[in-house]
Write a protein that binds this ligand. Structure first.
Ligand code: GBH
Length: 459
């Protein structure tokens, strides 16, 4: 039986500037928080940095040729703010603008639609020195940066994403500190969660002012939560808080101007005076599509005792009292990141989004992928586990679309093996293998399988 995706389905691959570009000190690029963080001992596995990464800055033509060969219709990349405004102020670096102009023009010449993310975590260091996302002034600065991008690239970019995963920016960056800037202060994370929501709205308006006809969206990392014991009222309360914190905060903000009340109550005094009168109006903004990054479902198995919160050492900084260990039945299907494989979750998630927020015009899966330890044998990478992850998630997605979920596209994470943040180069997510000494690219089995799915527009 053959299974098809809708006609014109947008098949793509995704990357992010700091993870692939390298050329960290070239053409006037300023320092970003990930330069600083990765060069701080103990923050990134093996002391890896993005200094060279995949050397995409010098090899983007080759990378576009690889995408062409794969048959992808679209490419999601991010712009490094410190390449355009090295000091995070209004002083431009034209060589930065030139680089993205060359990249965009080469994509268009190859008939690959460019989709831009304005912020995928490489904040100019000078802005972090002023408090970063925890300082409200960032909102206006981000809107200014967005406007400059719209003026420079808006004639060729139809699809814009303001921020990638503001949850990670806020909670991993400012609360548990596993990501740059590595702060560990719950209140700063709440401030950042609010300012990223304001920044999405302000940037959306700034872009639309320059180019009224483009589509502007927001990309969130979202997931479903499985609850082992739904009879346990405490567990149910934690699950609701987790859902509000991860999935609902930014969507409710742009949709209604308000945040989930259970969360505001739980944050209590920790939210300080970040919320100003009139913010509801500022938060509300027409958002043309929701970008969804999906990797795996979550679990809440029990409520931990009050005096033993899981925050130290736990990956999920909130809610602290949720025991999120995956159930033993799934423990042998973990990826190299330690994440469980739950393909049906992708389909369930997009159906749920459509049910809960029917006003969202459409969804794009802006990231989905997996990390496994690859072995190169006779120059080939037979990544059967990654291939199976890809196929099973696409099957799940296809059936959700057939049931009415409005999903317009799918971007595999990632085109290339790359700098996996706190995990450095040790964790590979690419459809294409990168040798970090020679920068040689080798498509894996998963790339060939993806090529075949794209060609058939299904299975
Ligand atoms: C994305 O973040 C990033 O956008 C991308 O740059 C990155 O390379 C890619 O994913 C791969 O990591 O410990 O079981 O509770 C994804 C971040 C992944 C955060 C899943 C929450 C929960 C896993 N999310 N994670 S678990």
């Amino acid at each position: 039986m053959s299974v098809k995706f809708p006609e014109g389905f947008l098949w793509g691959t995704a990357t992010a500037s700091y993870q692939i570009e390298g050329a960290f000190d070239v053409d006037g690029r300023g320092v970003s928080i990930w330069d600083t963080f990765s060069k701080t001992p103990g923050k990134v596995v093996n002391g890896d940095t993005g200094d060279n990464a995949c050397d995409h800055y010098n090899r983007f033509d080759e990378d576009i040729a690889i995408m062409k060969e794969l048959g992808v219709k679209a490419y999601r990349f991010s712009i490094a703010w410190p390449r355009l405004f090295p000091q995070g102020d209004s002083v431009r670096e034209e060589r930065g603008f030139d680089f993205y102009n060359r990249l965009i023009n080469a994509l268009i010449a190859a008939d690959i639609e460019p989709m831009v993310t304005l912020y995928h975590w490489d904040l100019p260091q000078t802005l972090e020195d002023q408090g970063g996302w925890a300082n409200r002034e960032i909102v206006e600065k981000f809107a200014h940066y967005a406007q400059a991008c719209a003026e420079a690239f808006g004639d060729r970019i139809n699809s814009w994403i303001t921020l990638n995963e503001p949850w990670c920016v806020s909670w991993l960056g400012y609360s548990n500190g596993v990501h740059a800037p590595g702060k560990k202060d719950f209140s700063l994370a709440i401030a950042s969660a609010h300012h990223t929501a304001l920044a999405h709205a302000a940037a959306s308006r700034a872009i639309k002012k320059v180019c009224p006809n483009v589509e502007v969206g927001l990309t969130l990392n979202m997931s479903n939560t499985h609850i082992e014991n739904p009879e346990d009222a405490e567990v149910m309360e934690l699950a609701a808080l987790g859902d509000s914190n991860l999935n609902r905060w930014w969507i409710d903000a742009f949709s209604t101007g308000h945040y989930p009340q259970n969360l505001l109550d739980a944050y209590g005094d920790l939210k300080k005076d970040f919320f100003k009168p009139g913010d509801a109006e500022l938060l509300k903004v027409q958002t043309d599509f929701l970008g969804v990054n999906y990797y795996s479902d979550g679990f809440i198995r029990s409520a931990l005792p009050e005096d033993k919160p899981a925050i130290e050492g736990g990956f999920m900084p909130f809610p602290q009292r949720a025991n999120m260990a995956p159930p033993p039945s799934l423990a042998n299907s973990l990826t190299a990141m330690g994440w469980v494989v739950t393909p049906e979750g992708l389909g369930n998630l997009v159906k749920k989004i459509h049910r809960d927020w029917p006003h969202i015009p459409y969804i794009v899966i802006t990231e989905n992928g997996s990390s496994y330890e690859d072995v190169v044998v006779d120059g080939e990478i037979n990544d059967t586990e990654r291939t199976s992850y890809l196929v099973r998630h696409l099957q799940s997605l296809q059936s959700a679309i057939a049931e009415g979920a409005p999903v317009k596209g799918y971007f595999a994470w990632s085109l290339l093996d790359n700098f996996e943040w706190a995990e450095g180069y040790n964790k590979r997510f690419g459809l294409v293998h990168v040798d970090y000494t020679t920068f040689k690219r080798t498509p894996k089995l998963s790339a060939k399988t993806y090529q075949d799915i794209i060609f058939k527009n299904g299975f």
